[in-house]
Design a binder for this molecule. Structure first.
Ligand code: BJW
Length: 228
């Protein structure tokens, strides 16, 4: 293949695992006996807001105590050196790509350090815990919630992501199980538009067979190896 010019990288929880943030599925993937599919829904937020808020308060607290790892750093280096179009689409709600120095990052499932008003759509930076019933500083509604895309909600920036996938020469998926759509379908979309596709993950994902090539191992090893 000629030198790729347009690169789209999809990242998931596996890239942050070696920083000390838990992944969702597999061993340790349960939270207080709940599957993420049961906690992260609009219905769960309506039924038991304290439970959902506690889940995200603990995640926000955990984020304060971790740092980017060698995989995040390698992607930031790659972005600085890359001459063509470059985009990281992350399913992660942590800010480790940004802290490592990445600039072209889309958070398709939202961000831990942001709160969203369910009444007026206002967004604001949020640190610390977020109690159910907190008033929106813009409209006064008590419906401020974590700025997170729950199951059944539309992921953010889909038009920009699909446009980038349609132009990509190379699509690389890092640290994701391929269990959650629409992100799990990006490899086939990029491939159908003509991109070469590469998986970098600890183990074969649910969609491994759809990639042209796979390299399996810890992200802190396989990502710098690929970048260098
Ligand atoms: C390492 C490692 C190391 C470990 N090094 N690797 C089609 C078919 C069936 C269902 C659907 C479908 N389309 C849509 C759906 C419904 C649903 C869905 O996908 N359900 C599935 C359970 C089947 N999807 C949705 O509802 C989405 N919305 C939607 O589809 O809207 C409609 C629409 C959209 C677009 C077009 C048209 C219509 C919304 C999904 C929201 C996901 N939300 C969550 C929680 C919020 C964020 C948060 O709290 O953090 O997002 S769920 C959770 O899963 C989180 C993650 O971003 C997401 C993906 O998980 P990820 O990152 O892959 O983590 P793991 O734990 O699963 O995997 C980690 C991987 O890393 C593993 O493979 C390990 O081996 C590896 N690893 N250590 C490298 N050191």
């Amino acid at each position: 293949m000629a030198q790729p010019r347009s690169l789209v990288i999809l990242t998931g929880a596996g890239i942050s695992a070696e920083s000390g943030l838990a992944t969702f599925r597999g061993p340790g993937g349960l939270w207080e006996g709940h599957r993420v599919e049961d906690v992260c829904t609009p219905g769960a937020l309506a039924r038991d807001p304290a439970l959902v808020h506690r889940f995200y308060d603990l995640r926000r607290a955990a984020l304060a105590g971790v740092a980017p790892n060698d995989a995040h750093a390698a992607l930031a280096r790659l972005e600085r050196a890359w001459a063509g179009d470059f985009l990281i689409v992350t399913q992660n709600v942590d800010d480790l790509h940004e802290r490592a120095g990445s600039r072209r990052v889309l958070h398709m499932h939202g961000e831990l350090l942001s709160a969203l008003c369910a009444a007026c759509g206002h967004r604001l930076t949020w640190q610390g815990s977020l109690a159910p019933g907190t008033a929106c500083p813009s409209c006064g509604s008590p419906r401020l919630r974590p700025d997170i895309v729950f199951f059944g909600e539309m992921p953010y920036a889909m038009e920009r992501i699909e446009a980038a996938l349609s132009r990509a020469d190379l699509f690389v998926s890092i640290g994701t199980s391929g269990a959650v759509y629409p992100a799990a379908g990006f490899v086939r979309m990029a491939g159908a538009f003509g991109a070469a596709t590469l998986e970098l993950n600890l183990e074969p994902s649910a969609g491994s067979d759809w990639f042209d090539a796979c390299r399996h191992g810890p992200a802190s090893v396989v990502v710098p190896d690929w970048v260098n």
